[in-house]
Design a protein around this ligand. Sequence first.
Ligand code: SDX
Length: 427
Amino acid sequence: MSKNTFTFINNRTGKKYDFDILDATRGPSVVDISTFYKKTGMFTFDVGFTSTASCSSEITFIDGEKGELRYRGLTIEELAQNHSYLEVCYMLLNGKLPNADELLGFDLELRHRSFLDEDLKKLIDSFPDRAHPMAILSSGVSALSSFHFEHLDIEDKEENQEMARRIIAKIPTIAAFSFRKSLGIPMIYPDIDRSFTENFLYMLRAYPGGKMKRTKEGSREIRDIEIKALDTIFTLHADHEQNASTTTVRNVASTGAHPYAAISSGISALWGRAHGGANESVIAQLEMIGEVKNVDKFIEKAKDPNDNFRLMGFGHRVYKNFDPRAKVLKSLQDQLKDELNLDSKLMEIATKIEEIALKDEYFISRNLYPNIDFYSGVILTALRIDRPMFTPIFVIGRTVGWITQLMELQGSKEFKIARPRQLYIGK
Ligand code: SDX
């Protein structure tokens, strides 16, 4: 009996079946069950894929027990502390951090691609003012394929790099335009003299006509500390292994659909409140709780099996420990408390929730800890970013991860259409 096989025994028939064990460079090994149905005539069953690896990947590693996250082998703490979001984007796409020239070139490539076709701007303008920015974002990204017929050849590496730069550069503009549209005020074109993250804040905040000086103070100006905070938030959201929206992107790409369709589908999947939509729901929930004295009542609601109320920003499919990104955001909150006068009341309620939940048997026994969404909303609120823009900001950060995962799939021998089976329980 080989050490590299996993033997299943069907106790109904007494038959034994050997399947190969494939070892990871980090984390759990896997049992390759791709021939399971052919050999046994049965399917495996794993709702929500809690124990299923859908692919092999070199991009991101998560150790849920330890609360560890690495992009291309580097820890999220090291990256958030010492590198800009653009350096992280380059590293995810290319497998290594850029040198100064590579970073400069990448930065310029993105700045020159941040503009939108005027007809795409008209499409965004055609949405009703009350449209949620996520609806505009997913439509706008899918529509990009109508303006860029070239660079869709998924077999060509350079074409893919061009497509990647284009989507990463244009999504912040589509997001900012959708925000301005929701306010009924003129859209602000990108300013190629500003960095990726500063430019996004500029497109959100500038007066019509684009007038805005860069000063340290003042309500509408953009401060370095705000750029650094948002840049860190983008980095923390850049990728996260095979989460629901990344799985959606891979599944859509596996049909041979073009990258814009795959990324647009990822945006739609991220919108759900169990996933990227949680950051918006956390703030709404903190405001609904309203006072520290109400926290206990809502903790009891979250524990009540007959009440579908859940503590937004708590729990995670993979992390059974603190989400390391939440830890980075929590220390960022502490650093920014005075500089950005964070909403102390919201922070007080959040701290109280965390304090009680982390001592409560219900949460401890289910390994429920604060996740990235629990803290991001307070900082985004302090950056004077409106709540409907929270999930679009998650999209801006995550787009590079989706594209990197999509390109990895397209370039791998695992590129085959995703088509799971089922347990039929019908007539
Ligand atoms: C993100 O996958 C990723 O990597 C996602 C993400 C990324 O970067 O891409 O990390 C981003 O989506 C973070 C998660 C944001 N979502 C939320 O904060 C929403 C609140 N959290 C839950 O909805 C939930 O925790 C999930 C969706 C995050 C995880 O759900 P699972 O893994 O399917 O867990 P489960 O629903 O099976 O819960 C296990 C138990 C259940 O109780 P029992 O049935 O065992 O009695 O824990 C309970 C759940 O009721 N539970 C909660 C809870 N989360 C789980 N109870 C109260 N409040 C919660 N938040």
